[in-house]
Design a protein around this ligand. Structure first.
Ligand code: TMP
Length: 198
């Protein structure tokens, strides 16, 4: 079982993921939380490059780096864990690439982004995707005090397009469960639990 969480910065993914992890552990199942980009030695090194504000990266290179980090994570961790029946919770997956690199950066036409996503994920798809939807204003309020990494310095227009990307995916993909992330932590957690496929 592969569960993914998506949403812009400040949407509360980390909080909801740790609450869900606790719930699944208490229900007696093995569960592993992994983050993207990251989760393996190579993928964490790539993450360091991608988020470093000192480094300039061409948009297609950026897309391919996120995809490379993903490919290693899937091969090294996700596939073996799924084979052992472990529930995996992924903090972001290829929908972030579609939203950020496809819609946000406009790096390549969306159908090409989908093709690269399929290659990088080794054909693995999420069983359910929780999209914690937050407005740009609310996100800005919640993250105002935080230092901005390379991605977070991308500007308002970029983030408007990222949200548009997630919203369009949510309309098209039946696995998407959109949750209003401006609700309280407890309300969002309840909505996550009520939509769990087990
Ligand atoms: P995080 O802050 O949620 O850990 O994610 C790292 C940043 O990378 C965040 O700004 C979203 C961005 N990102 C992409 O642009 N494309 C991707 O495919 C992924 C997984 C993340």
């Amino acid at each position: 079982m592969l569960i993914t969480f998506e949403g812009i910065d400040g949407s509360g993914k980390s909080t909801q993921i740790s609450l869900l992890k606790k719930y699944i552990t208490n229900s007696g199942k093995d569960v592993e939380v992994l983050r993207e980009p990251g989760g393996t030695d190579i993928s964490e090194l790539i993450r360091g490059m991608l988020l470093n504000p000192e480094i300039e990266i061409d948009p297609v290179t950026e897309l391919l780096l996120f995809s490379s980090a993903r490919s290693q994570l899937i091969a090294e961790k996700v596939k073996p864990l799924l084979a052992k029946d472990v529930v995996i919770i992924l903090d972001r997956f290829y929908d972030s690439t579609t939203a950020y690199q496809g819609y946000g950066r406009g790096s390549l036409p969306i159908d090409q982004v989908h093709q690269i996503n399929r290659v990088a994920s080794h054909g693995i798809a999420p069983d359910i995707t929780f999209y914690l939807r937050l407005s740009l204003e609310e996100s800005a309020n919640r993250t105002a005090h935080m230092e901005k990494d390379r991605m977070e310095q991308s500007g308002i227009e970029f983030y408007q397009n990222v949200i548009k990307g997630f919203d369009e995916l949510a309309e098209k993909e039946v696995r998407f469960m959109t949750i209003d992330a401006s609700k309280t932590v407890e309300e969002v957690h309840k909505l996550v639990l009520s939509n769990l496929p087990f």
